[in-house]
Design a binder for this molecule. Structure first.
Ligand SMILES: Nc1ncnc2c1ncn2[C@@H]1O[C@H](COP(=O)(O)OP(=O)(O)OP(=O)(O)O)[C@@H](O)[C@H]1O
Length: 253
């Protein structure tokens, strides 16, 4: 962790006015955000607000048209291979190879993130155990259920113990038991110093696990503030206000 002369921690992630157009429309506009190690940020917004586009840019899968992204103090555009080792990404639909087993997926992800030999084996075992995938380790990804695919995607995202976890609707397809287990997993990662960005449509998920919440509307950041764990209604009010009047608020601003 980098500390400034004033004693303040440098952010792990810094988005500086990033923008991206998709299909001729502004999907993300002049978005600035920063995140400290161990922080859990909830990312909310109505359908099409720009959440997945933002996460894809952070993960290096999409390039911003303008603005910059720094991870661990490094510009992701200048050193993409290095910054990719610092993050784990679960996209909206976990990209899996149907003909590889669960164990083979983890080995491949660990190897791609620079882990070899005993370090790779230990990391894969830990991820398989943490996501309770032991009974499925030899099963082909092509025959997994949706929830099992999601758990494998999560295991692949965290196998190399990234500094930043980027999770796009991770509770999708999880049963209620696994959804609660996911909250525990996210808090555990944060306690170990991993920063987490959690894009979700579940406001309860945000009040349960996030320290902070950012709300996007039409690609613009409309709200960035702390989450009151015991005040679900406050978050609901803020969200619906922005969802219904976001454009009016933007015009007024
Ligand atoms: N592959 C794509 N090609 C063209 N336009 C896209 C593509 N993906 C998203 N968009 C557009 O970019 C804008 C932002 O979409 P994005 O998927 O980032 O929103 P989102 O907040 O993640 O939505 P959702 O909650 O529905 O997943 C939308 O107008 C969408 O139509």
């Amino acid at each position: 962790m980098t500390t400034s002369p004033t004693g303040a921690c440098a952010p792990l992630l810094q988005l500086d006015r990033i923008s991206r157009r998709r299909a001729g429309r502004a999907a993300v506009q002049e978005l600035s955000l920063s995140l400290q190690p161990g922080q859990v940020l909830g990312l909310l917004g109505v359908n099409g607000a720009g959440k997945s586009t933002t996460l894809s840019m952070i993960a290096g899968a999409l390039r911003p048209d303008s603005g910059s992204i720094r991870l661990g103090g490094i510009d992701t555009r200048e050193q993409p291979e290095l910054t990719r080792t610092l993050l784990g990404w679960l996209p909206e639909r976990a990209p899996l190879w149907a003909e590889l087993t669960v164990a083979e997926h983890l080995a491949a992800h660990a190897r791609l993130r620079g882990l070899n030999g005993a370090a790779q084996r230990n990391a894969c075992t830990a991820a398989i155990e943490r996501l309770e995938l032991q009974p499925l380790a030899r099963r082909l990804a092509g025959v997994l259920s949706q929830g099992q695919r999601q758990r494998l995607g999560l295991a692949c995202a965290l196998v190399h113990r990234p500094a930043l976890l980027v999770l796009d609707e991770p509770a999708n397809a999880l049963d209620p038991v696994q959804a609660v287990a996911l909250r525990g997993l996210i808090r555990e990662q944060a306690a170990a110093g991993t920063a987490v960005i959690l894009s979700t449509h579940l406001l309860a998920e945000v009040t349960a696990v996030c320290d902070r919440v950012a709300i996007l509307h039409d690609g613009c950041l409309r709200h960035d503030g702390p989450v009151q764990a015991d005040d679900h209604q406050a978050l609901e009010r803020t969200f619906f206000e922005i969802a219904m009047h976001g454009d009016a608020a933007a015009r007024a601003a």
